[in-house]
Write a protein that binds this ligand. Structure first.
Ligand code: S3P
Length: 178
């Protein structure tokens, strides 16, 4: 794992949250940004502001077009000069260009159990990747992407840190102790 926060220099790296759908990247990202006094941006929210609802975009243009737009939004947000907290959509790490870009930031993977995912993703209707068997599909996709999350992550916040506050505390401790 790389250690961009320990690398020195005057530019603080952006803190980037990655992980499976429903792992709390948006909620934890917003809370962490408040704690650190930084702006928070969420690539899904940015996408929606620019292109409309994600399920509608998938239906009209397909996953490939979504991934292209997602990759360019991630690049725009990660290349911004001011250090921030950025929450990525769960599939962002599929892009090799994004994975390369993540190497110069502090990347935190949020992990969750299948049970926690069941509580959070509901009927899956807001997430077109999940189809009509949301939990089974979530489990398969999360397992497929796990090596990519680990490849990119400087730290993993495990499922045992269940509350938002516990997750934020753990990440803040890691940042302060580097
Ligand atoms: C996706 C995750 C979603 C969103 C889109 C595709 C994925 O974001 O970007 O529905 O492929 O994992 P969340 O991880 O915030 O649910």
């Amino acid at each position: 794992m790389s250690s961009p926060l320990a690398a020195g220099g005057c530019r603080q790296p952006t803190v980037v949250l990655i992980g499976p759908m429903g792992s709390g990247k948006s909620t934890v990202g917003a809370a962490l940004a408040r704690r650190l006094g930084r702006p928070h941006v969420d690539t899904d929210h940015f996408f929606v502001a620019r292109h409309g609802a994600i399920p509608d975009f998938f239906a009209a243009h397909g996953e490939r077009a979504f991934r292209q737009e997602e990759e360019s939004i991630v690049a725009e947000l990660l290349d911004a000069p001011r250090p921030s907290v950025v929450s990525l959509g769960g599939g962002s790490v599929l892009s090799e260009a994004t994975r390369e870009r993540l190497a110069s930031h502090f990347v935190v993977m949020l992990d969750i159990t299948l049970q926690q995912a069941a509580d959070r993703i509901g009927d899956g209707s807001s997430r077109p990747m999940l189809g009509d068997q949301p939990l089974q599909t979530w489990e398969r996709i999360a397992a497929e992407r796990l090596p990519l999350y680990h490849e990119c992550a400087d730290m993993v916040v495990g499922a045992q840190h269940a509350t938002i506050a516990a997750r934020v505390d753990t990440i803040e401790d890691a940042i302060n102790n580097r």
